[in-house]
Design a binder for this molecule. Structure first.
Ligand SMILES: NC(=O)c1ccc[n+]([C@@H]2O[C@H](COP(=O)([O-])OP(=O)(O)OC[C@H]3O[C@@H](n4cnc5c(N)ncnc54)[C@H](O)[C@@H]3O)[C@@H](O)[C@H]2O)c1
Length: 357
């Protein structure tokens, strides 16, 4: 643990590649350097990895003292994406604690974590993640959060200035589809650079559920939750495929209550909130995953909150994620019933956005 803290401290002032590729005789080194040299011997395989990494991208997380922001940071620290993570929050005491604690876990990855009270330092980030805001309390809908969280969003974006021209903004705070649309309007950034976690978590929950029914690996299941993360989300069963085959070809799907599954997936957040007051590990992984796909330019397809030309609105749809943010939105053909649900979700998002712009 002491080694990891020393390495983290030294890496703040030099690239890890330099620190780990330098060759010293341990007797020539001051005590900290000797500790570090010992550290590279303890983890020889890591010193090889770290010599080859490229310069780190910068990711800022606003709201990082909270459950979701800290979980995004924690998940990101443990992906093999070298990132400089900067944490921000109005709760400075808690932020410092989270930052120091997270830094203690950084030795297992290629990334660094720092914190700051000056939001203008977030403006030159490659990705700015916003998790700040009030969270749902038991019985509260995501829509009821809107007023409170719009004010938080507006105040944050007015301080994160100037924003780098090609920065991407990832919104996770709820109601996520509406706040994503509002963030684009407040910043005036191009649509592709502003997106939200949308129904990514719900789609992951659905795949997890189906994988247990079908006994198939989740990655072979392509089935999406679309619409608006929350009360207006729906499963697009008509587009569902498993290993390339229609979901309904699978005998296990006979007599399955699809409406029951849709409701269970939509209510999962409420179940977790009832039991422990908040949900954060799942969405933390989703946030880190999206950041990785942007920085690594993977062109991965995920259901996120993105601007659809077809609907002239932000809404959760499958989109190609790459270094541009949203490379393109896949305007999928839906069944008649699903299309009705999509139209309802779009109308609801537009109505809420219309209260502010
Ligand atoms: N999109 C999803 O799938 C998903 C899933 C879970 C939670 N959420 C949402 O994420 C948000 C955060 O949830 P949480 O559990 O982390 O809540 P939390 O209360 O633990 O954390 C919120 C943090 O925001 C900070 N904050 C508030 N106003 C701020 C400001 N003006 N500037 C900087 N920081 C500020 C608070 O100090 C707090 O630390 C909520 O809106 C919640 O509904 C979204």
């Amino acid at each position: 643990m002491i080694f990891s803290r020393v390495r983290h401290q030294l890496a703040k002032s030099a690239s890890p590649a330099r620190i780990f590729s330098a060759s010293f005789s341990t007797s020539q080194l001051p005590s900290v350097g000797r500790t570090l040299a010992t550290c590279t011997n303890v983890f020889p395989e890591r010193s090889v990895d770290i010599q080859t990494i490229s310069p780190r991208s910068k990711v800022s997380i606003v709201g990082a003292a909270g459950n979701v922001g800290a979980s995004v940071a924690y998940s990101l620290l443990h992906r093999h994406t070298p990132v400089d993570i900067k944490l921000f929050d109005i709760n400075q005491k808690l932020l410092k604690g989270q930052s120091l604690d997270l830094a203690d876990s950084a030795w297992l990855g290629e990334s660094m974590v720092h914190h700051s009270s000056d939001l203008s330092e977030a403006g030159d980030s490659d990705v700015i993640v916003i998790t700040a805001g009030a969270k749902q309390v038991p019985g509260e809908t995501r829509a009821q959060l809107l007023d409170r969280n719009y004010k938080v969003l507006e105040s944050i974006l007015s301080k994160v200035q100037p924003i780098k021209k090609d920065a991407k903004i990832l919104i996770i705070a709820n109601p996520v589809d509406v706040l994503t649309a509002l963030a684009q309007k407040i910043t005036g950034l191009p649509y592709n650079q502003v997106f939200g976690s949308g129904t990514l978590l719900d789609s992951a929950r659905l795949r997890n559920h189906l994988s247990k029914i079908l006994n198939v690996r989740q990655r072979s299941i392509h089935c999406h939750v679309l619409g608006e993360h929350g009360d207006n989300q729906f499963v697009s069963w008509s587009t569902a495929r498993v290993g390339g085959f229609p979901l309904d070809c699978f005998p296990e799907m006979k007599n399955i209550d699809k409406d029951g599954i849709s409701t269970e997936i939509a209510n999962k957040a409420y179940d977790i909130i009832d039991s422990k007051g908040a949900t954060y590990y799942g969405v933390g992984v989703c946030g880190a995953f999206l950041i990785h796909h942007v920085l690594a330019n993977t062109h991965d397809v995920r259901t996120i909150s993105c601007y659809s030309k077809k609907y002239q609105s932000y809404v959760s749809l499958p989109a190609v994620v790459n270094q541009c943010g949203v490379d393109r939105v896949l305007e999928v053909d839906l069944s008649e019933l699903e299309q009705e649900k999509m139209n309802k979700a779009v109308a609801h998002i537009k109505e809420q956005v219309g209260q502010f712009f």
